[in-house]
Design a protein around this ligand. Structure first.
Ligand code: TRP
Length: 326
């Protein structure tokens, strides 16, 4: 792959879970070594579905601690809050003139959110969610964006806006592509297809070993495997999914043991717990160092925001120039 300018982003919702790691962070960490990366904290995007900002700072710091603890390196790739780089709002306004309301209403991710969150009246800024995201990406001339499936429509809108801008005012922006994360979604402990904080079915990156054990003990398994010797169906069991990701070395034994009935769910879950705890141990260790140094975490953001501002300001100068503004 040629060298890219990567722009990755997350909304600050607090402590992250193992699904965030497999679905995003693992990939970001790899990419930061091969490409120029910027890591955005989409704090304004939170407001599209939640006006309450009382926890936003705390949630931001907790998320950044998880970024640091899993190995994202702010020296290689600046971390910054969208709200601290004013150029995001400026470019968002300009981009909002380059896309129609009808196009934004067709966005399938918006339709899913309206359904899932049971939203009666869509806020103007929520309709504009992908327009702000386009500004996030194009301010840094990001040409590759690591995302999950649900974000692909937003990258398509970003490409359309870039194309429209370039046609109208002159070639300035790349048309970014989505780098799809290979991992399918990690299921939640309750058997829901998605691990998600709002469903309360997560294993956090900060969960201590006994918490992981308790959570896994309650995890849903194959309902047909009631007693230890009953043959089970790994393909319907979420614990088997976790084994695939965290215990690939033993996967064949686990599968045949489950199918034959030789391996009971209790033992299977204990094996899985041990592997997940092994994975989490160094993360929790590193996390503890940062938990006592939250001022240093803020300094990391302030430093990243300086770098991000430089890049963003240079792009806005170019934007103003090609638009004959100022
Ligand atoms: N919409 C993204 C999400 O919910 C977060 C985000 C905001 C983002 N701006 C971005 C992701 C820019 C990538 C690039 O996951």
């Amino acid at each position: 792959m040629a060298k890219h300018r990567i722009l990755s982003g997350m909304r600050p919702t607090g402590k992250l879970h193992i699904g965030h790691y497999l679905g995003a962070l693992e990939n970001w960490i790899k990419l930061q070594n091969e490409h120029d990366s910027y890591h955005l904290i989409a704090d304004y995007h939170v407001l599209t579905t939640n006006p309450d900002t009382s926890e936003i700072f705390n949630n931001t710091i907790e998320m950044v601690i998880d970024w640091l603890a899993t190995g994202l390196d702010p020296q290689k790739s600046p971390f910054f809050r969208q709200s601290q780089v004013k150029e995001h709002t400026e470019l968002f306004l300009i981009f909002s003139m380059l896309i129609t309301k009808a196009r934004l209403e067709r966005n399938p991710t918006l339709k899913d959110q309206i359904r899932d969150l049971n939203i009666q009246n869509v806020i103007y800024g929520h309709l504009g969610y992908p327009v702000l995201q386009s500004a996030d990406i194009l301010l840094y001339k990001g040409d590759a964006v690591p995302v999950g499936e649900d974000q692909v429509p937003h990258i398509e809108i970003t490409r359309e806006i870039a194309k429209r801008f370039n046609q109208q005012y002159g070639e300035l922006f790349p048309e970014p592509k989505a780098l799809l994360t290979k991992f399918s979604r990690l299921p939640g402990l309750d058997g829901n297809a998605k691990m998600s904080k709002s469903l309360n079915n997560t294993i956090l990156l900060s969960d201590e070993p006994d918490t992981v054990q308790k959570k896994l003990r309650k995890a849903v398994t194959d309902p047909q495997k009631v007693r230890r010797n009953d043959p089970g169906r790994p393909e319907v069991c979420l614990v088997f999914e976790y084994h695939k990701k965290f215990n690939p070395g033993e996967i064949n034994e686990i599968e045949s043991g489950c199918r034959s009935g030789a391996l009971g769910c209790v033992d299977c879950k204990l094996k899985c717990t041990a592997k997940i705890n092994e994975f989490l141990e160094p993360i929790i260790e590193r996390r503890k160092q940062y938990e006592n140094r939250k001022d240093d975490v803020l300094d990391i953001l302030l430093d990243g925001e300086k770098k991000a501002r430089n890049t963003a300001a240079a792009t806005m100068d170019e934007v103003h120039k090609v638009m004959n503004l100022g």
